[in-house]
Design a protein around this ligand. Structure first.
Ligand code: 4NP
Length: 156
């Protein structure tokens, strides 16, 4: 199994959105038995909570399943278990890079860095901006490119 973990700050807005969207794309490529997807936050405020209502609304609008997604905090053990750890912004990457023990073949990367000449580097936090539509657009494009990257790298 190839394990992919999406990471943001609270794990209620951006990374659960990315988890749901990426799962949909993995399923569309019939790779659900090959690629496992989860998400986590660097902060601990929302552990056990469902995604933010703005994330739930945008997933519903695009008919994307979000069943069973609840917030958790990134653990040290995640660094050993996940092959791709994908942050939403530079702050997430900074926090992740300070956690030691990334598996030798593991990758820590920012989602939008997979898009060449994209319009943003960081996924803006809709918890503060309120713009879930724009975040959906960015995350959807980022996930498309991430899947292409993983398929190429893993020969899938
Ligand atoms: P997220 O957004 O990192 O995209 O889940 C946030 C959610 C909650 C908080 C910050 C960011 N918070 O400070 O509680």
């Amino acid at each position: 199994m190839i394990n992919v973990l999406f990471v943001c700050l609270g794990n209620i807005c951006r990374s659960p959105m990315a988890e749901a969207i990426f799962k949909e794309k993995v399923k569309g490529a019939s790779l659900e038995n090959t690629i496992a997807v989860d998400s986590a936050g660097t902060g601990d405020w929302h552990i056990g909570n469902s995604p933010h209502e703005g994330t739930l609304a945008i997933l519903k609008k695009h008919r994307i399943d979000h069943e069973g997604i609840t917030a958790r905090q990134v653990q040290k053990q995640d660094m050993e278990e996940y092959h791709y750890i994908i942050g939403m912004d530079a702050e997430n990457i900074g926090n992740l890079s300070r956690m030691k023990g990334l598996r030798p073949s593991g990758e820590i990367a920012r989602l939008l860095d997979f898009i060449e000449d994209g319009k943003e580097d960081d996924v803006p936090d809709p918890y503060f901006t309120g713009n879930f539509d724009y975040v959906y657009e960015l995350v959807n494009e980022g996930c498309e490119h991430l899947l292409m990257h993983i398929r190429e790298k893993e020969g899938l």
